[in-house]
Design a protein around this ligand. Structure first.
Ligand code: KG4
Ligand code: ZN
Length: 350
């Protein structure tokens, strides 16, 4: 039996978890900074790292307490070292190094994206379902949109990725354009309720033959529509929250149409990849995998089993980091105390 303390601070969640055998979540503590960043309309990197420093000691202690674990019960300390915000990653990595050194425990560095893949295989509601390989996983988060072929544990190939915005980023930017607030994904999902996905004919970048994605054309199309209703729209790159005179904007219809345009392409490409590589199952992971329309459409359109993480494991958490760490621990991987953060770390770098 292995018991691993995992730490995750790559973005705006300060998280720690104790995971047993890569499957059983003994504790899962997440301190979200969303309320702090909301007033800036997006993540403010310096504030994120400072907030991690403030929150991490308590988060780690809570993770141990909830797991009824003692420092001596741990077999290793695992930490996300990339991809993510440099200052945020540094807080987790330095804390993990300090713990590993003082407790004389092995240190294991984990790729955040690999963590999202593993969020699908943790025990939920008392049940463990063994992975089936090969599988195809769609990782859709605020910073990434990637289609990954998983041949076995720790064995991946990236089949396609976004050429511009990540899916979550597109949700966040379009929500800001529509004056819906931050984070945009949940805001758009809520605004879309009762709206018609067919109300606006929005573009889908199919990039025929390729498993890559592109969402910038869709974002611009939404911008043009919003501009028809107001002349005060600012660039989606601006971070300030805007108050638009949007009374006449058909918010529900536009949100539903945008959501379906994103979901359509995500589902279509994932199914193509699954067919091309004869996947035994399809997985979804990352913050956008919490999206109800995506979960529904993938299950409805896929011609093979679809596995989605429970909602609490879709967005950033440390349990998924502990799940990967178990396999890397068994494989004998150990990080040195000079482990550095790699903000643009890719799955291919593993
Ligand atoms: O994985 P995550 O928590 O952090 C990153 O690693 O980026 O993903 C955050 C992203 C944000 O862009 C957020 O808007 C999106 O996930 N998101 C959603 C939903 N919940 C979170 N997007 C669409 N629908 C949702 N329900
Ligand atoms: Zn993430």
């Amino acid at each position: 039996m292995t018991k691993i303390l995992a730490i995750e601070t790559s973005c705006d969640e300060t998280a720690a978890s104790v995971v047993e055998d890569g499957l059983h979540i003994r504790s899962d503590v997440v301190a979200s900074q969303i309320d702090i960043h909301r007033r800036y309309g997006g993540i403010f990197p310096e504030i994120a790292s400072r907030q991690h420093i403030l929150a991490l000691p308590t988060v780690v202690q809570d993770a141990l307490a909830q797991a009824h674990a003692d420092w001596n019960d741990l077999d290793a300390v695992a930490v996300t070292y990339g991809p993510g915000l440099a200052g945020s990653l540094l807080v987790g990595v330095n804390a993990a190094k300090g713990l590993a050194l003082s407790l004389d425990l092995p240190l294991i560095g984990i790729n955040h994206l690999e963590g999202h893949l593993y969020s699908n295989w943790l025990e939920t509601d008392g049940a463990v379902q063994a992975p089936r390989f090969p599988s195809v996983c769609l990782i859709v988060s605020g910073g990434h949109t990637e289609l990954v072929l998983i041949r076995g544990h720790l064995d991946y190939e990236v089949l396609g990725r976004t050429l511009d915005d990540a899916a979550g980023e597109a949700f966040d930017k379009v929500a800001r354009l529509m004056g819906l607030g931050y984070p945009g994904g949940p805001a758009i999902q809520e605004a879309a309720e009762g709206g018609s996905p067919a109300a606006f004919d929005l573009p889908r970048a199919r990039l025929r033959g390729s498993l890559d994605f592109s969402f910038s054309g869709l974002k611009t199309a939404v911008l043009r529509i919003v501009q028809r209703y107001t002349d005060k729209v600012q660039s989606p790159a601006d971070t300030a929250v805007i108050q638009l005179p949007l009374r006449s904007l058909p918010v529900a219809n536009l949100a539903a149409s945008f959501q379906m345009a994103v979901v359509d392409v995500l589902v279509e490409k994932t199914c193509q990849a699954a067919e091309r590589f004869d996947a035994a199952e399809i997985l979804i992971a990352g913050g956008v995998s919490a999206n109800a329309a995506l979960r529904h459409e993938m299950a409805a359109r896929a011609d093979r089993p679809v596995r989605v993480p429970p909602l609490f494991l879709c967005t950033d958490n440390a349990a998924m980091i502990g799940a990967v760490a178990h396999h890397r621990f068994l494989a004998g991987e150990r990080a040195d105390l000079d482990l550095d953060v790699i903000p643009n770390l890719r799955l291919e770098d593993l």
